[in-house]
Design a binder for this molecule. Structure first.
Ligand SMILES: NC(=O)C1=CN([C@@H]2O[C@H](COP(=O)(O)OP(=O)(O)OC[C@H]3O[C@@H](n4cnc5c(N)ncnc54)[C@H](O)[C@@H]3O)[C@@H](O)[C@H]2O)C=CC1
Ligand SMILES: CC(C)CC(=O)C(=O)O
Length: 364
């Protein structure tokens, strides 16, 4: 791939390749934009088919964080890490310590947290080497696992999208097809079950499926079947790019609302679902609960304050739907506009000669 051409196209600031032979660490830290503040975004550990796939994933996820943090009103920029490896087999303490030292070397330009394949325990190890990590154990005064907060935000955003599609935000009796019932979606299923929604679930991990079936009476289907099931709402909660040329013709849902990052394979897929009349809750707006929660740590964590802000994801989705209607654009375009307007306002108001050196990391 022509890396610099790609970096230029979306104006990335920095990419750091981290290698530690002894522990097996191979990681890519991508920092997209720090206009609003230090780049905050989680660390994903995954087995990629190629190094190029890993780089592209890191870059796409980092850019998504710039938009997510901006749209959520956080004073944070966008970044993300991917560690190449199998989270079930390749993790070790030295790897996360080595990674922590790389984060420390960036001096606060990048702050990490959990993502797919990493846990609170991994963040605790990183914390041995750097202060620039969130989502560590509550014993350290931190917010712990961000997934329940993410799930609550998705639940709130799903209700707002349902109101647009069905005329009511009640999810009682609605059929929700959930793809991937991992950390976030398990908690999402709990909220939906408590409200009386009916669940259809799938996962490549059989234990995760069994837990949702046992705990919430969900119906299980094979991974390939989830797109075509009869449902009101499709909730993509696994990996990205599941809204694409192959899946769109199969989807019967009137709402797409889930936690996965980068759900649209390409922008054109956002246009296609809009033309089909599907209400799409833009991924980085609806799944901002986790980052809102961990970002609160930077001011001294207060769960009540954090969750109050997570609740407002309902209003954010309502606002985006309103802009989409008013400007006759798909919801993903409306969300991008909202995020870009905020970044540009701040960028333009910054003087070259009066830089603010204030560091929001009060823990330092
Ligand atoms: N954990 C968090 O707080 C946040 C997570 N997200 C995003 O939400 C999504 C889920 O995150 P987590 O729940 O933390 O991850 P997770 O790893 O706990 O859950 C993902 C689940 O998807 C399953 N899966 C993977 N590929 C699949 C496929 N092709 N078909 C069906 N199931 C499949 C996995 O087996 C796993 O159970 C990810 O895209 C993540 O980036 C976004 C914001 C915050
Ligand atoms: C898991 C979060 C704390 C941050 C993040 O990386 C995300 O929202 O995707």
């Amino acid at each position: 791939m022509e890396l610099f051409k790609y970096l230029e196209q979306y104006d990335y600031e920095q990419v750091v390749f981290c290698q530690d032979e002894q522990s097996g660490l191979k990681a890519i830290i991508a920092i997209h934009d720090t206009t609003l503040g230090p780049a905050l975004g989680g660390t994903r550990m995954w087995t990629y088919a190629s190094e190029e796939d890993a780089i592209i994933d890191a870059l796409r996820l980092a850019r998504g964080m710039t938009y997510k943090n901006a749209a959520a009103g956080l004073n944070l920029g966008g970044g993300k890490t991917v560690i190449i490896g199998d989270p079930r087999k390749d993790k070790n303490e030295e790897m996360f310590r080595a990674f922590g030292r790389y984060i420390q070397s960036l001096n606060g330009r990048y702050i990490t947290a959990e993502d797919v394949g990493t846990t609170v325990e991994d963040m605790d190890i990183i914390y041995q080497e750097t202060d620039y990590v969130t989502g560590i154990s509550p014993e350290f005064g931190s917010s712990g696992n961000p997934s329940p907060a993410t799930a609550y935000g998705v639940y709130r955003g799903m209700k707002a999208a349902a109101k647009e599609a069905f005329g009511t935000d009640s999810l009682e009796g609605k059929v929700v097809a959930v793809q991937g019932v991992g950390n976030v979606a398990y908690h999402l299923c709990r909220h939906l079950h408590e409200e009386g929604a009916r669940l259809i679930v799938t996962d490549i991990n059989k234990e995760a499926v069994k837990r949702a079936v046992d705990d919430f009476g969900a119906k299980a289907v094979d991974p390939d079947e989830i797109y075509s099931v009869d449902c009101d709402i499709y909730a993509p909660c696994a990996l990205g790019a599941t809204i694409n040329d192959e899946t769109i013709p199969q989807i019967k849902a009137k709402v797409i609302a889930g936690s996965a990052n980068n759900q649209l394979k390409e922008s054109k897929h956002g246009d296609i679902i809009h033309e089909k009349g599907i209400v799409y809750a833009p991924d980085y707006v609806i799944n901002a609960g986790g980052v809102i929660n961990v970002a609160d740590e930077l001011y001294g964590y207060n769960r009540e304050r954090a969750m109050k802000k997570v609740e407002t994801i309902y209003d954010a989705i309502e606002k985006i739907i309103e802009i989409s209607r008013r400007d006759q654009v798909p919801t993903y375009v409306a969300a991008d506009r909202m995020a870009e307007e905020r970044i540009n306002r701040v960028r333009n108001s910054r003087s070259q000669f009066l830089r603010n050196e204030h560091n929001i990391l009060t823990r330092k």
